[in-house]
Design a protein around this ligand. Structure first.
Ligand code: PRP
Length: 215
């Protein structure tokens, strides 16, 4: 017998909305809601398993085919890239990438090469490459807002959702980079080998979103 369809789900910010979506589709998610420290959980009638993982790892598991589908932010997709299908914009987890600086700073003034801190060096590099601008990029693991405050960088490229973190730290958006939302991704081989099952689930998700759009 084949293993259940496995969906890698990004733990944390996207988790609640993804579980909410599955419940709206009529899939029982009690096991996920009462998960404790368990990381692989059955949903619905057990023919689907949810794997809870960090965003980067969602992509790794889907790329390697140990998970058939994944729910992950466009931010992680843009940073990691990789070989998988990006099937749907799920509409939740909306935020944006932005270039932010200390309040009142004109980022483009002066001639020296600017330093940018980011958790997303690839996104940052592409953004400035498109402008034909040479920048030094410093990779930071979290709370990137610290870098300009500590004078490590002239700006940051980071996720902005409500804008509260920037505001409370005396920073502001200087320029938007691109919008972000949660995406449904799929392993390329699974889409061939388990086409029927996956397409049935994907079209269920798609029709859920078309009803949402209509409201
Ligand atoms: C993200 C991001 C910002 C913050 C933005 O960080 O890197 O710091 O959220 O959200 P806001 O605009 O609603 O304030 P996260 O909370 O994921 O933590 P991290 O910086 O430690 O990675």
């Amino acid at each position: 017998m084949q293993r259940p369809i496995r969906i890698a789900l990004t733990k944390g910010r996207l988790e609640k909305d993804t579980v909410g979506m599955f419940e709206q589709l009529g899939l029982d998610c009690t096991a996920v809601r009462e998960k404790g420290r368990k990381l692989i959980l059955p949903i619905g009638d057990g023919s689907i398993e949810v794997v809870l993982a960090k965003a980067n790892d969602v992509i790794t598991y889907v790329e390697h085919g140990v998970c058939d589908l994944g729910v992950v932010g466009k931010d992680t997709i843009l940073e990691m890239q990789g070989k998988f299908y990006e099937l749907l914009d799920l509409g939740f987890g909306r935020c944006k990438f932005a270039l932010a600086v200390k309040k009142g700073t004109d980022f483009y003034s002066g001639y020296g090469v600017k330093t940018i801190a980011s958790k997303y060096p690839n996104v940052t590099r592409k953004f400035f490459e498109a402008k034909g601008m040479d920048v030094d990029i410093v990779k930071i693991e979290g709370s990137v807002e610290l870098a300009p405050l500590l004078e490590l960088s002239d700006g940051i490229v980071d996720i902005v959702e409500t804008g509260t973190t920037l505001k409370e730290n005396g920073l502001e958006v200087f320029e938007d980079v691109c919008p972000i939302s949660a995406r449904l991704i799929a392993n390329t081989v699974s889409m061939k080998l388990r086409q029927q099952e996956l397409e049935a689930l994907i079209s269920k998700i798609e029709s859920y979103f078309s009803t949402q759009d209509a409201n």
